[in-house]
Ligand binder design. Structure first.
Ligand code: PEP
Ligand code: MG
Length: 535
């Protein structure tokens, strides 16, 4: 990811390329200008970056979300909220309960977790610098130990979300540079590219940024992310943990009301463009209370009746492998009515937008399906709402393809899907058997150093097995439905090397985090120009 060129050099290169291709005296074509600018050069200008070579490096983790951040160390989301100056939130890993602190911190540093972990995905979505899986750091009560060196809460550190460096003190940085030539270049890119570009966006604000950055729609709205706030988290916890139908029904109603407003915001910002709403896919461990904390509180006699009930439920629902446990459509089979309620909320929002004179376009996506019957059943739930809701018209219902099985039975899935979207985060996890939360800390560096793997497959899509599964999934899906639209919405959708391989495998669109849209647009233009030139 790192390029030795400074952002000033990159800005000059872009200015020069655009100037040479502009006006009556242009000496190169627009295609030439596009080919002269690399995605690395563009990347340099989109984020703040540290000046000069790295210094005072304490440790290095994974560069999980590019950018440079300088701030005081805080160890909890609440401390971050209370701070009046710039802070870096340091956590072992993050969960929805940390999101309020992640929002206000200038940077996020975790000691566990990889490029597709919660901290990485959320930070990248916001364009906030993050370093993940820095396992040289141990977190204490009021300090951190970095490879044995002690830093107190309140000490200043700098983190580089590109290189993964964690540095002592405040390092000087260059600000992102929004030169007008970038817009010109990207408008030329849009003229030549064939691949459509959508955004992974969960809120109205994400959608606004996506539109500014040139998204042609939303390819993935992770609806579980709509429950990341402190007020919302209890609703989803109640829904998951409750054993009483009444309480569960009330939680579902609350869910409907909350989602309706979220969807309105999203549809308003994306008016006239497709918005793909993925039904709930909450990895349970991200939404359940920390069992250890509850056990400790119980030992101190600090739990009230609700706390005790929560402890029992948390014990009952605890899973050894939550990323391959009760996730995606499986949860909906366990909690009847859940997906119907989400679809009701979506069409309530559609109704609101139509009444306001808007042009909402929605698509519905079912996560983590593994069998045709499982998908057909989920489709029926959605269709039952479509038939009864006054605002519902025909709507595309698709599935994510994110398990090897789904890719291999894609011909069967396609009977029940109007589109496919490959979830390459999970597909990578499941193809390699590499936990996306754990493997990048201990194993990945070793494997890269020893050249057991050529690249981190969570960063650059695996050109062998994962791409083979994508290609096979597309071929088999289209053997059932020749015109089946296919996208990808894993983190690889913002990585130029992966985009090239995915386009060659036959995807129609990539969906990536909003700050990466310009990179994806330029990468897609490069692919189209190269293809034209090779014919
Ligand atoms: C994926 O698995 O690639 C995906 C987009 O879904 P999520 O990251 O939410 O699991
Ligand atoms: Mg997934």
């Amino acid at each position: 990811m790192n390029s030795p060129e400074s952002s000033i050099d990159a800005a000059n290169a872009i200015r020069e390329s655009v100037a040479l291709a502009t006006g009556p005296n242009a000496t190169i074509s627009q295609d030439d200008a596009l080919m002269r600018v690399s995605t690395d050069q563009l990347e340099r200008l989109l984020h703040d970056s540290f000046e000069g070579p790295a210094k005072d490096v304490l440790t290095t983790g994974l560069g999980a979300s590019p950018g440079a951040a300088v701030g005081r160390i805080v160890l909890t989301a609440d401390e971050a909220m209370m701070a009046t100056d710039d802070v870096i939130l340091v956590r072992q890993e993050t969960s929805p309960a940390d999101v309020h602190g992640m929002q206000v911190a200038v940077g996020i540093l975790t000691t566990r977790g990889g490029l597709a972990s919660h901290a990485a995905v959320v930070a990248r979505g916001w364009g906030k610098p993050a370093v993940c899986g820095a396992d040289g750091i141990e977190i204490g009560e009021d300090h951190i130990l970095v490879n044995g060196e002690r830093l107190e809460v309140g000490d200043v550190i700098s983190i580089d979300g590109q290189s993964g460096h964690v540095m002592r003190g405040a390092i000087g940085s260059n600000q992102a540079e929004n030169i007008p030539e970038i817009d010109t270049l990207l408008s030329w890119a849009d003229e030549v590219r064939e691949l459509a570009i959508r955004a992974n966006a969960d809120t109205g604000e994400d959608a606004r940024v996506s539109r500014v950055n040139g998204a042609e729609g939303i390819g993935l709205c992770r609806t579980e992310h709509m429950f990341l706030t402190e007020e919302r988290l209890p609703i989803i916890r109640t829904m998951i943990l409750s054993s009483s139908p009444d309480i569960e029904a009330k939680a579902l109603q609350d869910l409907r009301e909350a989602q309706r407003h979220d969807f309105v915001d999203l549809l308003e910002e994306m008016d006239g463009l497709p918005v793909t709403v993925r039904l709930l896919d909450p990895p349970l461990h991200e939404f359940l209370p920390e069992l250890e904390e509850l056990v400790e509180a119980a030992a101190r006699n600090e739990l009230d009746a609700d706390g005790v009930a929560m402890l029992q439920a948390a014990r009952k629902w605890r899973e050894r492998n939550p990323m391959i446990g009760t996730r995606g459509v499986r949860l909906a089979w366990l909690k009847p009515g859940l997906y119907e309620m989400q679809v009701e909320a979506l069409f309530d929002a559609v109704q609101d937008r139509i009444s306001a004179g808007g042009q909402p376009i929605v698509e519905i996506m079912i996560p983590l399906t593994v069998s045709a019957k499982e998908l057909a059943g989920a489709r029926e739930w959605i269709e039952s709402v479509v038939q009864s809701h006054p605002a519902a018209t025909s709507v595309k219902i698709g599935t994510m393809v994110e398990t090897p099985r789904a890719a291999l039975v894609a011909d069967e899935l396609a009977h029940h899907a109007d589109f496919f979207s490959f979830g390459t985060n999970d597909l990578t996890q499941l193809t390699f058997g590499f936990s996306r939360d754990d493997i990048e800390n201990r194993i990945m560096n070793l494997y890269l150093e020893q050249e057991l793997l050529e690249a981190n497959p969570f960063q650059h899509v695996d050109p062998n097995a994962v791409i083979e599964l994508v290609r096979t999934g597309i071929e088999r899906g289209r053997s059932t439905k020749p015109d089946l639209p296919v996208g990808i919405c894993g983190e690889h959708g913002g990585d130029p090397a992966s985009i090239e391989l995915l386009a060659a495998a036959g995807v129609d669109y990539v969906s990536c985090s909003p700050p990466r849209l310009p990179i994806a647009r330029l990468a897609a233009a490069h692919i189209a120009i190269k293809a034209r030139r090779s014919h």
